[in-house]
Design a protein around this ligand. Sequence first.
Ligand SMILES: [Cu+2]
Length: 342
Amino acid sequence: MKEQIGRRNFLKLVGIGAGGTAAFVHPDVFKTPMRSLADEHVMSPPVQAAEDADAMDQMHGEGVQAFLDNIGKDTTFWRPPLEYSMDGDVKVFEIKVQELQWETKPGTVYPAMAYNGMVPGPEIRVTEGDKLRFLVTNEMTQSTSIHWHGLLVPNSMDGVPFITQPPIKPGETFTYEFTARNTGSHMYHSHHNAAEQVSSGLLGAFIVEPLDKSREPQVTAEYTVILNDSTLGFTINGKEFPYTQPIAAKLGDKIRIRYMNEGFMIHPFHLHGIPQLVFAKDGYNLPVPYMADTVNVAPGERYDVLVDCTELGLWAFHCHILTHAESRHGMFGMVTVLAVQE
Ligand SMILES: [Cu+2]
């Protein structure tokens, strides 16, 4: 069902061309001189338009069915944490920076860049006070660096070539070392040729949990939603609808969502059915948390929200810049659902 509907048939669908239906003509039209213009279209039987509507609906339906059929099949969509080894009291992580082909959905493959073979890279999850070492090996054909976005680090570890370090050239390994000082939802990404490298996939979540867990909201589960756009299309965690995964919850669950925007555009994320309690921005708890049904996430920003799963059903969850989420061929890009079951 990939064929184009075509402009002429599209105009019919919206009731403008020959064969348009009466459904789009306000009754008052019949009382005005406009009547003669609208009249002949109104009288035409809407047979052709109905067929086009069916074709469009079928594409929309097939997309949703593909989403439902794919549930549970992408086991790393919610990224597993990056494993580490211990060197004394230091957690040592190895990151390989690679060029590869990345599939955002079956049949859609882009030349991409990745940390340890995945876009976004693996989630880095540590605890406040941890001593950390990152061995970053550049296996690409161009230089790179890693910036620890949102983290308090010594200046020499900030990851900006020619400001705080030389570029990591192809074949080289650079060692970053710092202590996790500030808690919350942060990110790591390239800071070299970044418009190309980050949008191509050199990005990931960097989460610092507080030492005192009682400072965290008590939740049933948590999910990291990483947004990206441009080079690899509109993606959530490197995939585009219908190949995103749902957030699965049970009635009464309280879930935490960490939004992170690594793209070039704003993405107002709208959850149907249940409001979101926004309690942190950029890893810092808000003095006054607030309720929202749409959370606008600008490039570089992170928001932490709580969702009290009080309403049963499949709730659409999507970017509300609709050109990032839905077309005549159905939903695509930045779309998933919150599934609340008994
Ligand atoms: Cu968007």
